[in-house]
Design a protein around this ligand. Structure first.
Ligand code: NAD
Length: 260
């Protein structure tokens, strides 16, 4: 939208769509204030609960809940609607692109595009080339993303790709450390920001991502690698069971009032 491209936003939840318009306007303003968005050509944003409204799209970005069966269903529906030339990008955090490409009519047109949160501020995108992604699709993905001022890093396929294979484990371990009482969330994060120069520590990052999404991503990683280091920690599970998902609910490892 902020890059002059018309966008059709689809969700099953009307309330999400009703909130989205205000959120997009707010994020565009913030992006401009922080110098992350320089274009002034704002295109149309359409919101709909009807997936068939994407039938004419040149590019579809799938960003539904991080559950393989939900994504597979949505991607299959999308692929039945759009033309063979349309590029399908999946914003999955951890599910291998080739696994998702198994649900679509044109697996060669499916590419991973893992945007970082908050996407209106972080320019770099982890682009995932599945074994069946074609060179042509990758070139279209690159042009589409760089045309929006994004930096692209293309990586190979596999559970969690690069970022989340490392990051989700780090978050999980940090949550275990907090649970064991070795350090508070503030102290853990301060070590990462103060000693390692990270912009945010792992637990503040987890609150930004959403602890529900962190647990889903850890399960994806655990189930596909067999590595028990990805078994979601008891503290993460308890917070999710309590509905404390982080910024989006106002509480996670930290209290977030008015910072959604
Ligand atoms: N949160 C992050 O920081 C982050 C970063 C990068 C990638 N991702 C990935 O992006 C995706 C979405 O993450 P999120 O944090 O926004 O999750 P979320 O659970 O907050 O939002 C998912 C949205 O998908 C909608 N949805 C569910 N099923 C649907 C369907 N069948 N059709 C249309 N809409 C449907 C839900 O109503 C909800 O609004 C996930 O795959 C996640 O792993 C998230």
């Amino acid at each position: 939208v902020g890059n002059g491209l018309p966008v059709t936003l689809v969700d099953v939840d009307r309330a999400v769509l009703d909130r989205a318009r205000g959120e997009v306007t707010r994020h565009l303003r913030l992006a401009r204030l922080m110098g992350a968005q320089t274009g002034t050509d704002v295109a149309e944003l359409r919101t709909t609960v009807d997936l068939s409204d994407v039938a004419d799209a040149d590019v579809v970005v799938e960003a539904v809940t991080e559950l393989a069966d939900v994504k597979a269903k949505v991607l299959a529906e999308v692929s039945a609607l759009v033309g063979p030339e349309a590029l399908v990008l999946t914003n999955t955090s951890a599910i291998p692109v080739d696994e998702l490409a198994g649900s679509v009519a044109y697996p060669e047109r499916t590419v991973g595009a893992h945007f970082m949160n908050p996407p209106y501020l972080i320019k770099t995108v982890e682009v995932v080339r599945g074994p069946r992604s074609s060179e042509a699709a990758l070139a279209v993905a690159r042009d589409f993303l760089t045309g929006m001022g994004r930096e692209v890093v293309v990586v190979g396929d596999g559970p969690g790709f690069v970022i989340n294979r490392v990051l989700q484990r780090m978050i999980n371990e940090a949550a275990r450390i907090a649970d064991e009482g070795l350090a508070t969330p503030e102290e853990i994060d301060l070590l990462f920001t103060g000693c390692l120069g990270h912009r945010t520590g792992p637990l503040a990052t987890a609150d930004l991502i959403g602890l529900d999404n962190v647990v889903d991503s850890l399960r994806v990683l655990r189930d596909r690698t067999g590595d028990q280091g990805y078994e979601p920690s008891a503290l993460l599970l308890a917070k999710v069971a309590d509905g404390d998902f982080g910024r989006k609910t106002g509480r996670g490892f930290y209290e977030h009032r008015g910072t959604k």
